[in-house]
Write a protein that binds this ligand. Structure first.
Ligand SMILES: Nc1nc(=O)n([C@H]2C[C@H](O)[C@@H](COP(=O)(O)O)O2)cc1CO
Length: 210
């Protein structure tokens, strides 16, 4: 390479298909990213609801109800304690995504969810009028909740299928230089070019973070 040539971008050997996300991968990635907010120490679940215009109208993850701080509630498994276990209290990702909707309703929408819904969520999904479910994973064992969920969805005519994707992972960087900043400043008081807006915003979120 001649000296005056800029270095090849890191992703220059990617195919066009690899460079951008297909819609389904994008929506499932939003569900996965949402799951990363969950404080459940064993199973983090995320959901993303998309309308017929491919607009995201709700996201959610499994967490304790409002007023029940995640850090103060028990995350024990039902095998470990009869009354003080998470399954009695936690709101599932699917329910939270529906409750968090930013549109009038979610009728005809598709839910992207990282784990196949249980029977209780299947009921909520049906009653909310969703049309399709795309899931990433299904637990191996056939629990009665799972069997009931499938029966309910089938009877109600809600189509469900596992995501089929060529991608196995998506890497996400939160480093300014990966988004066009010339260099990341060593001095935390000097912002890297293009990073000022983001740093100011992230401070605000950090102050409220739990
Ligand atoms: N579809 C689902 N959405 C969910 O949000 N969950 C939540 C409830 C719990 O917080 C956790 C499951 O915990 P465990 O049984 O793997 O330790 O995931 C669980 C399922 C599975 O039906």
């Amino acid at each position: 390479m001649a000296d005056n040539q800029p270095p090849a971008p890191e992703n220059s050997n990617q195919t066009e298909e690899e460079k951008y996300l297909k819609w389904e991968d994008y929506f499932m990635a939003v569900a996965v990213l949402s799951s990363k907010r969950s404080k459940d120490p064993k199973t983090q679940v995320g959901a993303c609801i998309v309308n017929q215009d491919k607009r995201i109208v709700g996201t959610g993850y499994n967490g304790m109800p409002n007023g029940c701080p995640d850090d103060e509630m028990s995350w024990l498994h039902k095998d470990e304690n009869e009354v003080d276990h998470k399954h009695l209290y936690v709101c599932h990702a699917e329910m939270n995504a529906i409750m968090n909707k930013n549109s009038a309703d979610v009728k005809g929408c598709t839910m992207y969810v990282t784990l196949f819904p249980c029977n209780e969520c299947a009921k909520i999904i049906i009653q909310a009028g969703l049309s399709k479910i795309v899931y990433l994973s299904k637990k191996e064992n056939d629990t009665s909740e799972r069997i009931a969920a499938e029966r309910l969805l089938q009877r109600s005519g809600i189509a469900y299928r596992r995501l089929e994707s060529k991608r196995t992972e998506i890497k996400i960087s939160l480093t300014a230089k990966d988004y066009g900043a010339k260099q990341q400043s060593e001095n935390p008081n000097v912002l890297a070019p293009g990073a000022s807006q983001r740093e100011e915003e992230s401070d605000e979120v950090e102050a409220e973070d739990e």
